[in-house]
Design a protein around this ligand. Structure first.
Ligand SMILES: Nc1nc2c(c(=O)[nH]1)N[C@H]1C(S)=C(S)[C@@H](COP(=O)(O)O)O[C@H]1N2
Ligand SMILES: [Mo]
Length: 262
């Protein structure tokens, strides 16, 4: 959490107290999936406002708080998908991820592709941070990986790119019309943030499957659902339309805040 402002303080002080509904846990919010529900409009306008105010106050490069090793009190609690069953993922896992490729696509001059070994041989960063899930729990854990920003620079992000969409292997939901795969997105400020790392290590061990192996992105100034596990592609885009329901992520499509800053 940045010392400057929290969603909670901002909403309280700005008279958007009605939007306190933004702050409670996941389960109560299924009604928000209904596009026509009046709470949706309140939420949408509050999202725009908090996004602009937080970006203005927090600035681009403020770091999320980092902790000391003694503050790691338990393992990172696995949540959401913990054992993806898509054939593509199962096959990669059986091969110990030797055939895994991390890709950068979309509005870039030079699409990129990396093996796990290549990522592990790039400059590494470790950070001990707190993961906050909207369900109401948090964990302090040490994440090790390589920063995303320099990789985006290798790809040459085009000036018209506004968002990074993060595509994952896991079928978070199975429906009659097929699997729904997890995805989320961020602006380029978060994509280039120095703590935004493609992590392959957790608490000094190889990142386990339950926490997103082989690669999981950390976006440390955002809530848990903005920390995509089983990540395979970052796609640079100028609009979030055309992905899922167009709200920028699997959970975002059900009504969660897109910015999700903490
Ligand atoms: N691909 C993918 N990423 C995901 C999820 C998921 O189900 N699938 N769940 C999200 C949520 S809500 C949380 S709280 C964290 C949980 O990460 P963890 O299992 O490492 O604790 O991952 C986030 N990223
Ligand atoms: Mo979460």
């Amino acid at each position: 959490m940045s010392g400057l402002i929290t969603r909670r303080n901002f909403l309280r002080s700005s008279g958007l107290a009605g939007s306190g509904l933004l702050l409670a846990g996941c389960d109560q919010f299924n009604f928000l999936a209904s596009q026509s529900h009046p709470a949706r409009q309140v939420m949408d306008s509050a999202n725009v406002l908090t996004y602009q105010v937080q970006r203005a106050l927090i600035g681009d490069q403020t770091l999320a708080r980092e902790y000391s090793a003694s503050e790691i009190r338990q393992g990172q609690r696995p949540n959401g998908s913990t054992d993806p069953t898509t054939p593509q993922y199962v096959a990669l896992r059986q091969g110990n991820f030797a055939d895994y490729r991390f890709r950068v696509t979309g509005l870039v001059d030079r699409p990129q592709e990396f093996t796990l070994d290549q990522l592990r041989n790039m400059p590494a960063r470790s950070q001990i941070t707190r993961h906050d899930c909207v369900e109401g729990w948090s964990c302090i854990a040490k994440w090790t990986g390589t920063p995303l920003g320099p990789i985006l620079d290798m790809a040459g992000v085009r000036p018209n790119a506004r968002f990074a969409v993060y595509h994952c292997f896991d079928n978070i939901q199975r429906t009659l019309s097929g699997d729904i795969l997890y995805y989320t997105s961020s602006d380029l400020v978060d994509a280039y943030h120095p703590q935004s790392i493609l992590s392959y290590g957790l608490n000094d061990q190889v990142l386990p499957v339950s926490n997103g192996a082989p690669i999981r992105l950390r976006i440390e100034r955002a809530l848990g659902y903005k920390q995509p596990k089983y990540l395979h592609t970052v796609e640079l885009v100028d609009s979030l339309e055309g992905f899922g329901k167009g709200r920028g992520g699997y959970w975002e499509d059900t009504g969660y805040d897109w910015f999700a800053g903490i």
